[in-house]
Design a protein around this ligand. Structure first.
Ligand SMILES: [Zn+2]
Ligand SMILES: [Zn+2]
Length: 281
């Protein structure tokens, strides 16, 4: 299978508008892969996109994506959903629409039942954006727990009891990728994670010294919400996962593309994502 990390950034993209820190300045000068858009993933084999951050249009262009047929959502947090207007950019033909025509082959928008309900609540004073797109024939929605397209199988494993956040297990030809972009601490227990080839995970603080020399003390509340690299290593060993790629990299971590490349050399089996990173398994 062929997977692309379209967006490797966190809640805030890099460069952050108006920020003159070292990392943002370099990203502004050099562009990708120093720049990072919001967190998203693409499965090329079946034109499947996971999550639509605000700058997803730029991410799709950067990776040269030609077609999106399915959109899955990991959860409803704004940094993963507020770019859902990309559906209009992908499917809306205003001229044909003026003649009452609906587009061919609407995009499938799917997730766990509770997540899809959350997503439908997002919109404007005119109502639910997703329901509007469905009425216009741009998409259709589907509550799912698994899906299979061609040789790609995707299983959604809830990360919390109420099932408002999901982890994806993507498999094909006995290769398995776990995609756990956000809000997955504590990491749920499942035998299904055992022996995976790759874990792509967000929610991780990288280093103890962050942007502008901020020192992350032992009692900092971020440690409860987010994983440390040591905790990621424990998950990796617990499930005997071959490789890990950390994504959802916050500008607040104060590290550039080159810094992450340097850091990788000190770590065993842990790598860092960048926009446009292609994974072939
Ligand atoms: Zn900055
Ligand atoms: Zn997030």
């Amino acid at each position: 299978m062929n997977v692309i990390i379209l967006g490797s950034g966190g809640c805030v993209s890099t460069p952050r508008a108006c920020c003159s820190c070292r990392v943002c300045t370099e990203a502004r000068q050099k562009g990708f892969p120093y720049a990072r858009t919001g967190c998203s993933l693409f499965i090329e084999d079946v034109n499947l996109l996971i999550d639509t951050p605000e700058d997803i249009n730029a991410s799709l262009n950067n990776s040269g994506i030609r077609k999106v047929e399915h959109i899955l959502y990991s959860h409803c947090d704004p940094d993963h959903t507020m770019g859902m207007r990309v559906i209009e950019q992908l499917k809306m033909d205003w001229l044909a629409n003026s003649l009452g025509k609906k587009p061919d082959n609407p995009i499938e928008v799917a997730s766990l039942p509770a997540i899809l309900e959350d997503i439908k609540k997002q919109g404007t004073k005119y109502g639910s954006a997703i329901e509007y797109y469905e009425a216009k024939g741009l998409i259709y929605t589907k509550k799912i727990r698994t899906l299979k397209y061609d040789n790609i199988f995707v299983e959604l494993i809830p990360a919390d009891e109420q099932e408002h956040v999901t982890i994806f297990i993507i498999s094909s030809n006995s290769k398995t990728i776990i995609y756990a972009p956000c809000d997955v601490k504590p990491f749920p227990k499942s035998e299904k994670f055992q022996g995976a080839d790759l874990l792509i995970i967000g929610n991780t603080i990288v280093g103890n010294v962050l942007k502008n020399g901020f020192v992350l003390n032992e009692d900092n509340p971020l440690r409860k919400e987010l994983f440390t690299l040591d905790e990621i290593d424990i998950i990796r060993k617990q499930y005997d996962i071959k490789e890990v790629i950390i994504t959802h990299l916050e500008e607040d971590w104060g590290k550039s593309y080159d810094d992450y490349k340097e850091l990788e050399k000190e770590l065993d089996g842990i790598h860092f994502a960048y926009d446009g990173l292609k994974i072939q398994l």
